[in-house]
Design a binder for this molecule. Structure first.
Ligand code: DC
Length: 231
């Protein structure tokens, strides 16, 4: 008997715990997890290092020209049982999560050519299905045929608080107001950009996790995956 393999597409606002859910679901079913946001973050890190973006201003044509020089991969980190993001052979997993990248990633992700290159890579990585991918346009653009689509959200204040707690726990000194502003700005840019704006696919299920624990969310999503697998 061949076991049915599906694609789970998880979209939603920034810092609403999409990756945490996606990772846990992937682990539960033995699926691969792909963090598409990490790819846009890696491009942004490249742009920051090459002076192609600063203060949210992107040198668009130069960045488009540089795209063939940007190689992004995920490699399994066996000691931590997770996958790390590599930019041109260098592990950049930590650096892409820091504020300079967060502050510049949305404008980079508005560029249609950058998106086209990332979507191509995302499709290539998912040839064999059995994938959980999270992002903003996975259910609408990358995999409109995904068997299960989720749209995750929570209030901006709750998302900022979660992000604040996460960074503070890592020992970083950050301001809640700055994080809230960043979350709201990213929501605005992500939802209003011309190329693949963040929107719920018509057939996506909404998961508002403002008042849900991780366990409750996971249980809810696992049920939905099981329903699809028993088709
Ligand atoms: O999920 P994240 O916060 O790591 O995403 C970083 C940025 O990348 C975010 O501002 C939106 C953008 N992004 C996107 O445009 N499309 C995706 N599929 C994933 C992320």
């Amino acid at each position: 008997m061949t076991i049915r393999k599906i694609i789970v597409a998880i979209d939603g606002h920034s810092s609403c715990g999409k990756s945490t859910i996606a990772k846990a679901v992937a682990a539960r079913f033995g699926y691969a997890f792909i963090d598409s946001g990490a790819m846009y973050r890696a491009v942004t890190l490249y742009a920051l290092r090459h002076d192609l973006v600063a203060d949210g201003q992107v040198k668009k044509d130069e960045l488009i020209q540089a795209l063939p020089q940007i190689k992004i991969e995920f490699r399994h980190n066996s000691s931590l049982q997770k996958s790390d993001t590599y930019l041109n052979g260098e592990n950049v997993e930590e650096e892409i999560r820091q504020l300079p990248v967060s502050q510049n990633v949305s404008p980079v992700a508005t560029i249609a050519e950058v998106r086209a290159a990332m979507v191509r890579l995302q499709k290539e990585m998912s040839k064999n299905k059995a994938i959980v991918m999270d992002g903003r346009d996975i259910g609408t653009v990358v995999f409109p045929e995904a068997e299960l689509k989720l749209f995750v959200t929570a209030t901006a204040e709750i998302r900022a608080k979660r992000r604040f707690d996460e960074l503070t726990a890592k020992g970083e000194t950050v301001s809640y107001d700055e994080i809230l502003q960043n979350v709201q700005e990213r929501d605005h840019i992500d939802s209003t950009r011309e190329a693949s704006p963040l929107r719920k696919a018509d057939d996506a299920l909404v998961l508002d996790n403002s008042a849900m624990t991780r366990e409750e969310q996971l249980e809810w999503v696992i049920e939905k995956v099981k329903e699809r697998l028993n088709f």
